[in-house]
Design a protein around this ligand. Structure first.
Ligand SMILES: O=C(O)CCC(=O)C(=O)O
Ligand SMILES: [Fe+2]
Length: 802
């Protein structure tokens, strides 16, 4: 029986004894559990305890390796089997092994991180993977049996025979201060993207499922028991007869926790449509037919390693309703042909229709047209979908300034605007959304990327798919972008520097061979109905306004292919020259620069996104750092290395060697200053002046831009810039020497910049050289009395006296 009360938070799930045939009473309690909770237990499953002990010992071997070693399998590696801390949560890390050949999948990872062969590890994981595969098939049949009499024989072979599985070993390492009474999430709320998931959790516990009334219920571990939960795909296939519940893992004790999740999934090309018998004559089909891989792509992020997609469920998923991606797909399992809207995953996929019940009682789905009179249904493919959809149901309208994305601007800017509106309270979006959703995770992008990097799953499915998808619906390949970050550094030459506009360039510069753009995703609004884009060959915006064309032209311009159109001949070839690589022996590396056109002043107002907790993980003794923090940032479009983060400095310093590398138009902004700078031995340096510059600090995928005032010093230094207390305050940054990193909030979450150890050593060597060499530019100035003296780097102290 499933039992819980208002006060009790422990969920007693029914246990299926796999060594015995099901009896009517166990069928009924199982059916109730699948419907109400989407969770049940299994016992006598035949997985020996010793196998779990072996996996525990293996996983300790792996997770106890240094971060550097583990990251060889991390999100930026080719295998991507390891998820490091701070992606799903600060306390969660995991390793995945994919079927059907679990041995070679495990061996691939093991070969990368261990010097010795360790085939015993792959043997163990193969044994576990194969056992779980068999178990999944068995459970799948039981679940079908519960769904309807004879459904196992009716549907198993035709629908579930091509399922495949992968496993993930999860280790949770809570902070030492974790308390039972407080909620520390090891893994945030999510639903699984599988048909079913089989979870082994060790004796520590912490797995919780959310009840329909929003309470978190503990699923208490019990030896010899495995937990099974229904995933999103089965929820959709069963027409909500079974539910995929939101669950999470909380950390209650300061001890490591191990769990192993085995995800059993439909094949990628599977058309998911609830069979008529499953829907039932008296019910309607709740989900439009969709292709499995489309849902997985919907859940996964375009950007590698991003976990923000969790918190979405299959209910949030609907394909795009453009005619371009409406296909007729024959369901091989049933023989019927269904209209299916394909989901095109691409940067501009920002509008998604809310799922609505449709289809007739006989189960024939019909496609619903987007209702343009309800703009709140137009939501961003970003971490906000769900909340916004729910929010819209309160009957609010989207505020005037939250324009629907129309394909002409930078999609990321649209996201930024949208978040900004929410944060400014102009749109009463529930508070704390980004932070909350950011912490949730799993079963997501990483897993899929990683799954495809093993075996031939991906290739096989793409091949099959090609047979049913016409060529014009080939998967979208996003245009190559020089940076995957939110703000691309601006080019030294903008499209405005050209003598032709985008429309003219498209018509005449055929040698550019621009890639075919992906079809537009939304129906044009009335006012844009007459605008035609020659690049897209579609109505909706004009060629000159086409963001995608502009981006392609910028790329062409940056690579020198449009030099002949540059208006000012003196500028021609500049970009091409620069792309030959960093300039020799220059400490400041010029990536791109531009005469500044637009300044984004940062205010010291309290934005909601600034007020998020910034957490640093515990550092094991061997990883503690005592090195200086040295990072890089973009300054006026230049990538400047050797920026020393110095909490002892009361102003921001730019050293002359760096200043001299800036474009003259930028240098001309230098203004005089009365500040003097003095060293330990009281030698004083008259600064060249002060200058306000646009600085952009980037963490992975997140950045912050500020206007920072630098005092320019004519003195040698191993550093280009010293970022002191005011700069840190402006960024609200928290540097940590022992972690060798700095963190700061951005509208998209907390960004982390890691200090670059080789650069630190480079600076140290350079610093030593400078100590022995005389400082030519340093003069003694006796007539100034410093009012404040602050250590800014090993070579200098500064004293401000304006
Ligand atoms: O660690 C656990 O107990 C559950 C893990 C989980 O929910 C998942 O990996 O999807
Ligand atoms: Fe899960």
């Amino acid at each position: 029986m499933v039992s819980s009360s208002c006060y009790e938070t422990t969920l007693n799930l029914p246990s299926v004894d796999l060594s015995k045939p099901l009896n009517p009473s166990s069928i009924s309690s199982l059916s109730e559990a699948c419907h109400q909770w989407g969770f049940f237990n299994i016992i006598n499953h035949g997985i020996p305890k010793s196998l779990y002990e072996d996996i525990r010992s293996f996983s300790n071997h792996v997770f106890d390796l240094s971060s550097k070693t583990k990251l060889k399998l991390g999100p930026s590696s080719s295998l991507k089997t390891y998820t490091p801390h701070f992606i799903a949560s600060p306390y969660f890390e995991s390793l995945r092994v994919s079927g059907p050949d679990f041995h070679s999948s495990a061996q691939d990872s093991i070969d990368v991180i261990f010097h010795e062969n360790h085939h015993e590890f792959s043997d163990i994981l193969e044994e576990y993977g194969n056992k779980m595969t068999e178990l999944s098939k068995k459970i799948m049949k039981i679940v079908l049996m519960i769904l309807g009499d004879g459904f196992d024989s009716r549907f198993y072979d035709s629908h579930f025979n091509n399922c495949h599985g992968y496993l993930r070993i999860n280790r949770y390492s809570p902070p030492t201060y974790v308390k039972e009474k407080e909620t520390t999430e090891g893994l945030g709320m999510h639903t699984d993207m599988s048909c079913i998931t089989i979870v082994y959790q060790d004796e520590i516990g912490g797995l919780q499922v959310k009840s329909k009334d929003g309470r978190w219920m503990d699923i208490v571990p019990s030896e010899g028991t495995l937990v099974v939960n229904i995933g999103d795909l089965l929820q959709a296939w069963s027409n909500d007869k079974f539910i995929s519940s939101e669950h999470r893992v909380v950390l209650k004790k300061p001890v490591n926790r191990l769990s192993i999740a085995f995800f059993w999934c439909f094949e990628d090309e599977k058309l998911i449509v609830a069979p008529n018998e499953v829907v039932g004559n008296e019910n309607t089909r709740l989900y439009e037919p969709f292709v499995c891989s489309d849902y997985l792509r919907f859940r996964e992020s375009n950007e590698e390693g991003k976990f923000e997609k969790v918190g979405f469920t299959v209910k949030d998923f609907v394909a795009h309703n453009t005619k371009n991606c409406l296909l007729s797909i024959k369901n091989p399992s049933e023989g019927d042909t269904y209209p299916v809207q394909r989901y095109l995953s691409r940067p501009a996929d920002l509008c998604i229709n809310k799922l609505a019940p449709s289809g007739d009682a006989k189960g024939k789905a019909k496609t619903i047209d987007e209702d343009l009179s309800k703009p709140f249904k137009e939501v961003l493919k970003y971490p906000f979908i769900r909340r916004i959809v729910e929010f819209s149901s309160l009957g609010h309208r989207m505020p005037e300034n939250a324009k629907i994305y129309d394909g002409t601007g930078d999609p990321e800017d649209q996201v930024g605007r949208f978040v900004g509106i929410g944060n400014q309270g102009e749109w009463p979006m529930p508070r704390g959304i980004p932070a909350k959703i950011r912490t949730s995770a799993v079963g997501t992008a990483n897993d899929r990327n990683q799954r495809f990097s093993h075996g031939n799953n991906r290739r096989r499915s793409e091949h099959k798919f090609a047979a049913i998808v016409p060529e014009r619906h080939a998967p979208y390949v996003p245009p190559q972008r020089p940076h995957q970050e939110f703000h691309r550094p601006k080019a030294i030459l903008t499209l405005d520097s050209l003598s032709s506009n985008p429309h003219e360039i498209l018509a005449t510069e055929h040698q550019l061979n621009l890639p075919q753009p992906a079809p537009l995703v939304r129906v044009p609004s009335k006012e844009n109905l007459n605008r035609y884009c020659d690049y897209h060959n579609e109505k909706g915006h004009s060629t000159n306004d086409c963001f995608h064309l502009k981006r392609q032209l910028e790329i062409a311009l940056e690579s020198g292919k449009l030099n002949h159109l540059v208006k000012d001949v003196r500028q021609r070839g500049k970009v091409g020259q620069r792309s030959n690589g960093p300039q020799k022996a220059k400490v400041i590396n010029m990536v791109q620069c531009h005469p500044p056109d637009r300044k984004r002043k940062t205010t010291m107002t309290d934005e909601e996104w600034m007020n998020v907790p910034i957490i640093f993980p515990p550092v094991p003794a061997r990883d503690l750092s005592e090195e200086a923090l040295v990072v890089e940032a973009e300054v006026e479009g230049y990538l400047v290395r050797r920026i020393h983060i110095d909490e002892g400095a009361s102003i921001e310093i730019m050293f002359e060697q760096c200043f001299n590398m800036l474009h003259p138009s930028i240098r001309s902004k230098l203004v005089e200053t009365q500040t003097t700078v003095s060293g330990f031995s009281r030698e004083q340096v008259k600064p060249l002046g002060k200058i306000e510059l646009d600085v952009c600090f980037r963490g992975a995928r997140r950045c912050r831009r500020t206007i920072t005032k630098f005092t320019v010093i004519p003195a040698p230094s191993p550093y280009n810039i010293i970022l002191g207390r005011p700069g840190l305050k402006q960024l609200r940054a928290i540097p940590s020497t022992i972690h060798g990193m700095m963190k700061f909030p951005t509208p998209w979450g907390v960004a982390t910049i890691v200090s670059q150890t080789p650069v630190v050593f480079e600076c140290r060597r350079e610093g030593k050289k400078q100590i022995v060499e005389p400082r030519e530019n340093v003069k003694m100035q006796d007539n100034v009395s410093p009012t404040e003296q602050v250590l800014i780097n090993p070579a200098f102290g500064i004293a401000g006296s304006e």
